[in-house]
Structures are given as C-alpha cells and as structure tokens.
Design a protein around this ligand. Sequence first.
Ligand SMILES: C[S@@+](CC[C@H](N)C(=O)[O-])C[C@H]1O[C@@H](n2cnc3c(N)ncnc32)[C@H](O)[C@@H]1O
Length: 380
Amino acid sequence: MILDLGCGSGWLTLGLTLANPGARVIGIDISPQSIKWAKNRLNYHGYSEAEFYVMPFEEIPKLNIRFDFIHCSDVLYLLPDPLEALKVMRSLLAQDGIIQGNLHSIYQRHYFYQGQQLCKYLGLMDTAPTDMEFSLIRELMNSLDDRILLKDKTWNSNPTDSFLSANHLLHEDKGYTIPEMFQMLAEADLEFISMTNWNQWNIRDLYKDRNNPSEYLDMIWEAASIEEKLHIFELLNPVHRLLDFWCCHLGMVEPRIPISEWQDNDWGNSRIYLHPQLKHPKIRESLDQAIALYAPFNIHVFLNINSAQSISLYTISCACLHLLWERPLTLSELAKAWQTIKPVNWLTKAVISAQDALTEIKEAVIEMEFLMLVLVEKSD
Ligand SMILES: C[S@@+](CC[C@H](N)C(=O)[O-])C[C@H]1O[C@@H](n2cnc3c(N)ncnc32)[C@H](O)[C@@H]1O
C-alpha cells in the first residue's frame, strides 16, 4: 500500500506506480483540479486502477488504510503546521513502513525567501499570482542592474510563470534547518533513517583534495552524530533545495552496514536489482550500443543528478546492467556470467578464476549501488 500525500498533478504518483508493479497506489490532494490532472495522467499511461481522493491530509485516516510507504514531496513546507501532517502520517504508517518527506532548506533558498519578502512588501502576494503579478515582477527585475544581489542570486534571463510561482511568488513557503527537521521528527515520534540523497551529503566531496581534509574538521566530523554531520554540511555548502528524508516508527531503524563492508555470508543469496527507473527502452538502446562498440556508456545523460561530473560505465558495469535487465541476480550468478563473458585476463591471457571474477563483479556492484544504478536486497 503506497500513499502519495499531496500528489498534485500526479507525476510522482506515476513514478511510484511504475516502480512498484502490483502495489495499490493512492494519491490524495486538497485541490480538485490537481486530482483531475493526476487521474488523467495515470489513465493516459494505462494505470486506471490508481486511486485518487480530493481531501485534506487530516481526513486520510477516514480511508482506514495502513500504508507501507508514504510519499509526501514538496508539501510539508507549504503547510501551516507540518508537524501535524507528520503525526497523521505516523498514524497511517504500517509498523515496518517508511515515510519519505521533505522540507525546503532555509539556507539554500535564502535569496528566494528574501524575494518573497520583497514581493509581499510590494503587494504582489496579496492573491494567487495572475498574469499581472508575473508581468510586474518581470518588469521590475529586468529593469535592475545584473549586479544587484537579489537579481544575481534568483533571476535568469527568461523565467517562466511556473518558475515564478514556485519561487518568488510561492505562498506559504517556509525554510528549515537540519536541526529543525530532526526536532520535528522527534516531536512526531518518528525516527530518521537517512537522507534520500545520502551520497550527496559527504563532506569529503567538499575538499579540494578528498584525501587531504582539514584535520580540525575531520576530528569533529569523526565524533559527530548524523544530525551534526548533516548540519555542518548544510552550513558549509547548502546546495540542496530539499532536505529530503526517510523516516519510520521509533525503534524500527536497523543498523545498516554499507555493502562495501559486507562479508561473504552477507552477500550469500542477496539479490541485485537494476534500478526500476532505468528500465527504459532508450537507456537499453544506448547500453546495447556501448556494449556492441566496446565503448563507455555515458549513463549520466539519462540521470537527473546534482553533479557536474559525468558518469561513464565500462565493460564490466555495462555487462552487469545488461544481465540484470531481465531479472535480479545474486553476486555469484553475476560473477559466473561475467566469467563466461571475460574468461581470460586480456593483458596476461591468464584464465580468470571464479574468485577473480567474483572480486571484479563485487567492485562493480559496490560502485553501481553507490550511484544508485542497482539496488541490493539483503537475504535473511
Ligand atoms: C508543490 S505541490 C507538490 C505536488 C507533488 N507532490 C509534487 O511533488 O509534484 C503541493 C501540493 O500539496 C497540496 N496540498 C497543500 N495543502 C494540502 C493539505 N492540507 N492536504 C492535502 N494536500 C495539500 C497542494 O494542493 C499541492 O498539490
């Protein structure tokens, strides 16, 4: 059972439906127009069984359903009382369920909040934005010198109406810090699991040389709690618009050992899945082409990633994605297949042993899991 709370026009409800075949997906939103669009969207893509309801979040308990996953994206920071919404979500959550929510970062959006203050002060936010407000703010900003701080930080040459409604003219928009987010979760009796984009909160990425960190900060970092680490990161480099988190019922977080530290018995029958959102015919076409030409597969062109770096996959990773396309496999199944694909070391011509193949495949899987290209399900 999946709930998309505040589903809007349903583009993420569609993603949830596509990524979870067979699951019952319910979208709710307070706006009848949004629900109409969401229904049309899901129908258009052939998912007429998705259920939608027009209702405020306070009324969801009336549905009398427990959810395994509650998704609530770009909603909490618009609510007068996000804590109330988190409490309602907790009451709807199955015992081993997970909530994904997010708040706007006050540091990342600092200049937009300043812009909103200005718009309020100038009377541009007395009502929902219309053509008049859009044209007035455009006229004002375009008249300013490009060096004016607010313009420099918030304006682009041709902002669309939807950019303006989602930023300068966004009503009820509020920003939060990491400590405020943790406090809210604690008050809602929810336990933080992780940031959803956890691999983009690594302080090592902020150094000129990741192997040469500040000794002072490294010492503090080593002793810091997860909340403190995330707070230091947001103070240093507030690049994430959203503080996007997973949380669950108290006491349900299982300590997670990164797969890079797994022992052989951890891998055992653990299954490796291709990330379901990669299963797109265009990605497959490009992957097949790279394999046929022995060329790197530039997968970053298909990913919505917050990084200037390109991601190219080489033979072994391409082979893994290809093998995982049809069904999930264990590490040893992948290694066996890899041994058939590459039976000898291309440099020394020595035969590749089962152990060598396993080591090579393990390294590739660890890297691809870090990039979220594959998901690894631990066997019990
Ligand atoms: C910024 S949109 C996000 C839509 C969607 N989750 C997404 O990420 O595209 C916020 C949505 O929250 C809905 N919303 C606001 N207050 C609500 C409430 N009290 N109960 C349910 N939905 C609400 C709005 O109608 C709107 O569709």
